[in-house]
Design a protein around this ligand. Sequence first.
Ligand code: 13P
Ligand code: SF4
Length: 366
Amino acid sequence: MNNVTIPIKQFISLNDAECQQRIKAAKAALGERLVILCHHYQRDEVFQFADFTGDSLQLSRKAAQSGAEYIIFCGVHFMAEVADILSKPTQKAILPDLAAGCSMADMADLPKVEQAWSELSTILDADQTITPITYINSAANLKAFCGRHGGIVCTSTNAANVLDWAFNQREKVFFFPDQHLGRNTAYKMGIPLEQIVTWDFDKPYGGLSHEKIKAAKIILWDGFCEVHMQFSPDHIDQYRAKYPDAKIISHPESSFEVCQKSDEVGSTDHIIKTITASAKGSRWLVATEVNLVDRLARQAKAEGKIVDYMAPIACKCSTMYRIDPQHFLWTLENLMEGNVVNQITVPEDVAAEARLALERMFEVSV
Ligand code: 13P
Ligand code: SF4
């Protein structure tokens, strides 16, 4: 065993073909000690090595069920944190590049959320009247915040069930960090737009009057995903004018206006299942990350369907894109030498409270 970490600089200039050959060998050598989880947005050069692929909910379940010593998460930081929280203490969650964060998740942090909660508490008895919900795209300490305040985690797959649960606990919801998932889901459940307010996290009291806060059913953090902000209702209008029979499907991180004009709205898993189940000859315009759309388009073409990406310029999730074959190989070859690089560890006190909020989510998820 060599316990000196092999430096990343030995991998950076390797070409993809060499990396792929060595990744295959390393994966075979590590065998069942390793499980590789890949989110649907992951680039193909890495995605092809996945043991399991899925959306955020499916991958968190896989992480919880896996018995492997090493869980390599080819996704972003919050996903690897969830894997660490849900796995056994003897298992190690690894993120091949620590710079693979999520810009939306970074828009909410614990000090700002606690500040908002204490401001809300001057107007209402927050712990008695508000259920906090954090989208899984958030730091572990925000999941812990929800755990200790009777709140819950959601993903784009189970957001409606989670909101339902939350309103059964208390009359209002504080939802962070993605305003769009919150607004799209709440509106679909019948909450009018007047009772859906947005909390500007740079302003005292979120820039809202006391009356607005008291009248609101749901208070949305002002966060968003820059990838899903590329899509606009104009793209849909132009496409429909050209292809009147086309169907439009969007991820709920897209804007309210885009989702309102879409035939279907749902998680990455929902998008895949819907297009896969559609009839031969159908045509789809898709609003979600381009790696997934490209993969779907190739698969659909072979099945006699057409899938197009919604925006004129393809926009990758630039952070997820950082998990490249070079970093992936660096991680694996270090493991073969007995070196664990880029382990993601959530302190146990934070993990315990975050687990509470995640477990509540699993209970209400179908
Ligand atoms: P899904 O849970 O639908 O896979 O979404 C995760 C995500 O980050 C979308 O941007
Ligand atoms: Fe985060 Fe957006 Fe990337 Fe999803 S697509 S991981 S929300 S930055």
